[in-house]
Design a protein around this ligand. Structure first.
Ligand code: NAI
Ligand code: MG
Length: 339
C-alpha cells in the first residue's frame, strides 16, 4: 500500500543528506510516495516565505513528512520555523531515541528515549525587555506556561510509547523544587497519569540537573524520560552526545493528525556543500518513520545495514572520526543493502 508523504530537503546540508536518504530508501523499497516541498531560507529566497502555502497544504494533505534542517533567516520578525511548525500543527510530542551504535566508544549499552513536550513550557516564552542602549539597569523578563491537559497528554504519550515499544520504565524529569508552579504542575499530573500504568510500566522521578549528571555517569540506568520543552531540548542534545553526536540523532514530532520526522541537528552551514555531512541522523529519522507507518520490518533492515557499514566495515564520516564523505558512506550503505 502506497503512503503519500511530504519531503522537505531544507537548507545547508539538508539537500545532501536528503538525497542520500532517498537513494537508500528507494533501494530499500519503502511505501512512501514523496511530495517534495520547499521550506526554510531557500524557500524564503525563492518565494518570500519561509513556509510557503504549497508546503503547508502538502503537510495538511499527507499528515506525514520527512524534513531536513531549516535555517531561520536572522533578523527582526523571524520566529524559528521549526517552533512555528510544531505550534501550527500541534506536534506536541518530540520523541528522541538514543542508542549506542558505535561499540568501543565512550558509552556502551545506552538505549533510551527522551519524550519532550513540544509546544508549551519556556519555549512558549513571553519575553519582555526594554532595549535601552547600554542601560546598566536593564531587565530582561521571560515567562512560560504549562497546562494541566498538556502535562497529562505528554506523560500519557510516554507511557503508551513504553507499552508499544516494550520499554519498562518512565522517568518524570522536572524542577518542581524551584519552579514550584510551572514544573510542579507537570510533576503532579505526571504522577497521576503514572498511577494508571502501575504494574505495567514502572515510574520514577528525577530533578533535571541531577538527571543531567546521572546521564553522563550511568546512562544505562534510563529507559524512557518524559519532560517539559526546554529540559527535553537540553537533555536530548546531551544524550545525542553520549553516542556520537548530532550526526547520529533522529527525532519525531508527533501530533494527533500529523507526524514530522527529522534529524535533531541543524543545517550545519560550516560544512554545507562539501560532501562532509553524516546522513545517519536523517536515515534514522526515516527508520522511525517506517516504524510509525507499521513497517518495522523495513526499519530493521535499514538499521542493520547502517550498523554493518558503521561497525563491521568501519566506514564513517568525519564527525565520527572517519574519512568517508556523504556520498561514499551512502554508496557503502547501498551495497550493504544489496547483500
Ligand atoms: P548545527 O546542528 O547545524 O551544527 C552544529 C555543529 O554540528 C556544526 O559544527 C556542524 O557542522 C555539526 N553537524 C551538525 N549536523 C551534522 C551532520 N549531519 N554531520 C556532520 N556534522 C554535523 O547547529 P547550529 O550551527 O547551531 O545551527 C545552524 C542552523 O541550523 C541555524 O540556522 C539553526 O537555526 C538551524 N537549526 C535547525 C534545526 C532544525 O531544522 N531542526 C535544529 C537546530 C538548528
Ligand atoms: Mg535543540
Amino acid at each position: 500500500k502506497k503512503i503519500p508523504a511530504t519531503l522537505i530537503p531544507g537548507d545547508g546540508i539538508g539537500p545532501e543528506i536528503t538525497q542520500a536518504t532517498i537513494e537508500v530508501l528507494d533501494a530499500l523499497g519503502t511505501p512512501f510516495v514523496w511530495d517534495p516541498q520547499h521550506a526554510g531560507v531557500g524557500a524564503y529566497e525563492a518565494t518570500g516565505e519561509v513556509l510557503p502555502p504549497k508546503t503547508l497544504e502538502s503537510l495538511r494533505r499527507t499528515g506525514l513528512a520527512l524534513k531536513g534542517p531549516l535555517t531561520t533567516p536572522i533578523g527582526e520578525g523571524f520566529r524559528s520555523i521549526n517552533v512555528t511548525l510544531r505550534q501550527m500543527f500541534g506536534l506536541y510530542a518530540n520523541i528522541r531515541p538514543t542508542k549506542t551504535r558505535l561499540p568501543g566508544e565512550r558509552y556502551e549499552g545506552v538505549d533510551l528515549v527522551v519524550v519532550r513536550e513540544n509546544i508549551e513550557g519556556l519555549y512558549a516564552a513571553m519575553e519582555h525587555y526594554m532595549p535601552v542602549a547600554d542601560d546598566p539597569e536593564a531587565v530582561a523578563y521571560g515567562a512560560g506556561f504549562n497546562t494541566r491537559a498538556e502535562c497529562r497528554r505528554i506523560v500519557r504519550h510516554a507511557f503508551e510509547y513504553a507499552l508499544q515499544h516494550g520499554r519498562k520504565k518512565v522517568t518524570l524529569v522536572h524542577k518542581a523544587n524551584i519552579l514550584k508552579k510551572l514544573s510542579g504542575l507537570f510533576l503532579h499530573e505526571g504522577r497521576r497519569v503514572a498511577a494508571e500504568y502501575a504494574g505495567r510500566v514502572a515510574c520514577d522521578e528525577r530533578i533535571v540537573d541531577a538527571c543531567a549528571m546521572e546521564l553522563v555517569i550511568r546512562p544505562e540506568a534510563y529507559d524512557v524520560i518524559v519532560t517539559t520543552n526546554l529540559f527535553g531540548d537540553i537533555l536530548s542534545d546531551l544524550t545525542a552526545g553520549l553516542v556520537g553526536g548530532l550526526g547520529m540523532a533522529p527525532g519525531a514530532n508527533i501530533g494527533e493528525k500529523m507526524a514530522i520526522f527529522e534529524a535533531v541537528h541543524g543545517s550545519a552551514p560550516d560544512i554545507a556543500g562539501q560532501d562532509k555531512a553524516n546522513p545517519v541522523a536523517l536515515l534514522s529519522a526515516a527508520s522511525l518513520m517506517l516504524v510509525h507507518v507499521g513497517r518495522a520490518d523495513l526499519a530493521q533492515t535499514l538499521d542493520r545495514a547502517i550498523e554493518e557499514v558503521l561497525v563491521q566495515q568501519g566506514v564513517r564520516t568525519v564527525d565520527l572520526g572517519g574519512q568517508a564523505g556523504t556520498k561514499a558512506f551512502t554508496e557503502a550503505l547501498l551495497s550493504a543493502l544489496k547483500n
